[in-house]
Design a protein around this ligand. Structure first.
Ligand code: BGC
Length: 898
């Protein structure tokens, strides 16, 4: 029996050896510079083979890890996942085996001691602030003061010559700056580029400042930025005035990491980007982006790793809360433009991400999105294109593959579509470790910068770049550069530095003081950037992102919302979400909660600075003389005790999501649906409030009296609820997505290697089954008042566009409120387009009862075109104007003058 077991183990062993061999060969064939990793893997396997227990444990670890990641359907991803886990496992298991073996002999002990000394040396040199590379030449030897809001306020209201000098020294901006034109910026970049050494040029192409084991050591440990560094960093070149770039996330504002890497709570946790989309208010979004930009500048950062402008395809995508476009390219384009202009006006580069087709998190490093040209240009590209047109300085290529090739080495995506067709003149950086190719198949295909430049698979080393440049290697077609190949090849290696310098000139970064990553940036990173002004703006933004889905009493006439003291004396607050903390204790503070989603975009506020939603509700209810009883639980029995003598019930239910995995379902957390069903049996008004990271299901929607929804709303979530619920503000937000009746109406995350976007343009309200699928349609959102739309008319005077249409919108209800007026074009059937396409929207100011506003839709040629091997201008269309994609109130035929 034992013998049989033993021989089975041997076979297993041989099988593993064979698998490793296949992995090595296949990886080496694709990525030739993996030599050192391969050597270590080989060494590990050799050593493991002498130690059966170690072999078994590494085998077990290997398979557990693969299963934890989910087994992809395609054999290649299995190999890739296998490699990434197997290599470190076998290496470390082998290392232990090696140490044990050494310990048995005197020479071995000696070798071991020397080996440990070398290892200690490696670790010491990696220690923060010890490595010689950390001591970068200072960009601004004379500036050491961080710009804080109070300093800015003081210096901007002081008109003396001393204050002006101080403003210049610190780099305080009192007004948004006007970026240079690309032409002007490029002219200056050219001069600087000519004065640069190769070494200096290459130094702009790869990130620095992370602690990670050297890439030739397969490491299971995560790499992290060193103290005084940002998520991404490039060094300054003081002799030429080239500023350091300091890149930082993004999702809900400046990513405050826990001590000692950052100072939690020193910036605002803003609503998530999808909440921006829900405001449909470009003026507000531009203002918010400006305020975020000021926080970044104060923190010493000059590149924000946002906005994220993906158009949402998969309802369960774990990162939808980060994607401000919602499900529509036109909405996304307008948001993207507003954000880029707002943030860049503060001297902070925007980074449009994740380019492209990164619409799910499942297998995000392996899957290939297979998308046709029409779908790409009409549905997924417009927010990127609009950001590019607004002057975005950078773009981040994504983890996934596109039509088979990884985004960061995808010539069709980067060089042809982004740089040539969209005319992008800034630089492309990788997502963190998203580069899987050496420079001869990535830089030549349109990549300019690798991030973060340490740990994992890192490719763009100066030496490698030089060798490759000298050999003029690279297999590419040179889309759009219009140069013969040899010249193109010479230019191509200058192009990244040229683009990075141009972007820096464009935003005046050569003129603005800036701390140098390392000790110099510690003060700004730890500075407090909160201001009352910004807090008020964040409160406004959160309130204006609340979508009122339903306000229709099950019985009687009186609407449940707003809750006025004349109607309600005692209110029951039910649900554990009322007291859900802002949390983030693990992995560099990346855990999601009900205010900010998880992952690189997570923003954390420590408990002492965070106001729980229930506290805001208590405060506002007290001031109105409304009593509150509560059961802060999702437990049905306990909840029932909390509602006894209340006049109305307000349930708060929530769910969250996070980067790197898709949501398991579209339901609310911890049995909230059952709780709501049960509460809805009461004969009192039941109001349901939800805090969510994207699409949810509302199976109880017909059983309750009112429903409101907020996309993860940041630290002023409680304030926003109180302001809406008690009627201080009338809701004005609209759904940037469709809420489906059930999950079968949504696109599911796919486990396949190739993900075919076969549905084309027909997602969300564009789908032919939209009216049947939607519980609440795209664009839906109620108000506490009513609006009337007059008959639209063509606007002849002062139309500076292709075609303008005016419509008068009047507040005919009893309260003040603002309306988002939406314009959907219907092209004739021969255009072969979805029936409705959003091509215009505008939010009115807050209208008092009886007052009105003239809304003007200005259509450009692009708005009036459809894509068919290029944009084709249409000659006619019907414009439908309404309050949502399913509530169209007026129509007008539009014919282009011949
Ligand atoms: C994310 C990016 C982020 C980067 C840096 C990656 O995991 O995909 O969105 O900017 O990390 O934190």
């Amino acid at each position: 029996m034992m013998l049989m077991l033993f021989s089975a183990m041997k076979w297993l062993h041989a099988a593993l050896g064979l698998l490793l061999f296949v992995l090595v060969i296949s990886r080496m064939a694709r990525f030739p510079n993996l030599g050192m990793q391969t050597l270590h893997l080989g060494l590990g396997v050799l050593l493991i083979s002498r130690k059966l227990p170690l072999f078994i444990s590494s085998l077990v670890l290997f398979w557990i890890s693969i299963y934890a990641k989910g087994v992809p359907a395609d054999p290649w991803p299995v190999l890739a996942a296998g490699w990434s886990v197997c290599s470190p496992c076998s290496f470390f298991a082998g290392l232990v085996g090696f140490c044990v073996a050494c310990w048995r002999s005197t020479i071995g002990k000696f070798v071991l001691v020397v080996g440990l000394a070398v290892l200690a040396n490696v670790i010491i040199t990696l220690h923060p602030l010890q490595h010689p590379e950390d001591i970068l030449p200072r960009f601004n030897p004379n500036t050491s003061t961080a710009e804080t809001p109070s300093l800015r306020l003081r210096l901007c209201s002081d008109y003396s010559a001393e204050a002006a000098a101080e403003r210049k020294r610190i780099g305080v901006l009192c007004e948004p700056l006007a970026p240079l034109s690309w032409e002007e910026a490029e002219k200056r970049a050219e001069v600087t580029l000519l004065a640069m050494s190769d070494e200096e040029r290459y130094s702009l192409m790869q990130g620095i400042g992370w602690i990670g084991l050297p890439t030739w050591l397969p490491s299971p440990l995560p790499a992290i930025p060193k103290i005084g560094y940002y998520m991404g960093n490039t060094p300054p070149i003081p002799r030429l005035g080239v500023p350091p770039l300091k890149l930082h996330d993004a999702g809900n504002g400046f990513r405050n990491m826990p001590e000692p890497l950052g100072a939690s709570g020193s910036t605002i946790m803003w609503p998530c980007s999808l909440a921006f989309g829900a405001t449909w208010d470009t003026t507000l979004v531009k203002e918010v982006a400006g305020a975020i930009g000021r926080e970044y500048r104060g923190k010493g950062a000059n590149v924000i790793l946002g906005p994220s402008v993906q158009v949402q395809r998969v309802a369960r995508n774990g990162r939808n809360f980060e994607y401000m476009s919602g499900e529509d390219p036109y909405l996304g384009a307008k948001m993207s433009e507003a954000y880029v202009v707002g943030v860049q006006g503060e001297g902070v580069m925007a980074c449009l991400k994740h380019f492209g087709f990164n619409e799910q998190e499942t297998n995000r490093n392996f899957q290939s999105s297979v998308v046709d040209e029409k779908t790409a240009w009409e549905l997924y590209y417009p927010p990127f294109e609009a950001g590019v047109a607004a002057g975005a300085a950078s773009v981040m290529c994504s983890y996934n593959r596109v039509n088979g090739t990884h985004s960061c080495a995808n010539e069709a995506l980067l060089r042809r579509d982004l740089k040539q067709k969209m005319g992008f003149r800034g630089f492309v950086m990788t997502d963190w470790w998203a580069l899987h190719h050496p420079a001869d198949s990535s830089v030549v295909r349109g990549l300019d910068m690798e991030m973060p430049g340490a740990g994992g698979e890192t490719y763009l080393y100066k030496g490698d770049l030089r060798t490759m440049e000298e050999s003029q290697a690279g297999n590419f077609t040179g889309y759009g550069l219009g140069l013969e190949k040899s010249k193109l090849q010479r230019e191509i290696y200058n192009d990244p530095a040229y683009r990075i310098l141009s972007a820096a000139y464009k935003l005046h970064l050569f003129d603005l003081p800036s701390c140098t990553p390392g000790l110099d940036c510690v003060e700004p990173i730890f500075s407090n950037q909160r201001s009352l002004e910004a807090e008020k703006l964040a409160m406004r933004c959160a309130s204006e992102s609340v979508v009122l889905l339903k306000n229709e009493p099950r019985t009687g006439e009186t609407k449940a919302l707003p809750l006025l003291p004349s109607k309600v004396k005692k209110l029951a607050l039910i649900g554990e979400a009322w007291v859900a903390p802002s949390r983030s204790t693990n992995e560099l503070g990346m855990m999601g909660d009900y205010y900010s989603g998880g992952g690189s975009g997570h923003c954390y506020i420590p408990p002492e600075l965070f106001t729980l939603p229930i506290v805001s509700m208590y405060e506002r209810a007290n001031s109105l003389g409304i009593d509150i009883s509560s059961a802060l639980t999702n437990n049905i029995t306990d909840a029932m005790n909390g509602i006894k003598d209340a006049d109305a019930i307000v349930v708060l239910a929530a769910t969250t999501a996070e980067e790197s995995r898709d949501r398991a379902s579209l339901h609310l957390d911890n049995g909230a649906d059952d709780l709501i069903f049960e509460l809805a049996k009461q004969e009192k008004p039941v109001i349901v409030l939800t805090q969510v990271p994207g699409t949810i299901l509302l199976p109880w929607k017909d059983n309750v009296d009112a429903i409101a929804l907020m996309f993860l709303g940041g630290e002023f979530t409680g304030h926003a609820w109180a302001s809406i619920i008690f009627g201080d503000v009338s809701p004005s937000a609209k759904l940037p997505i469709m809420l489906p009746k059930n999950e079968s109406y949504t696109v599911q995350p796919s486990e396949e290697f190739d993900i075919f976007y076969n549905e084309g343009l027909y997602t969300s309200y564009r789908s032919t089954s939209a009216s049947e699928a939607a519980t609440y349609p795209f664009g839906h959102g109620l108000s506490y008042t009513e609006f009337q739309y007059a008959t639209p008319a063509l606007q002849d005077q002062d139309c500076e566009s292709l075609l303008c249409v005016q419509v008068l919108v009047k507040n005919v209800g009893g309260r003040s409120g603002a309306e988002v007026v939406q314009g959907y074009l219907e092209f004739p059937p021969e255009a072969d387009e979805p029936k409705l396409i959003l091509r215009g929207f505008q939010k009115t100011r807050v209208l008092e009862p009886g007052s009105s506003e003239q809304i003007s839709f200005k259509f450009t040629e692009r708005d009036f075109s459809v894509y068919l091997n290029g944009w084709r201008l249409q000659s006619r269309a019907t414009l439908h104007i309404g309050s949502s994609s399913a509530d169209l109130r007026q129509s007008i035929e539009l014919v282009l003058p011949q």
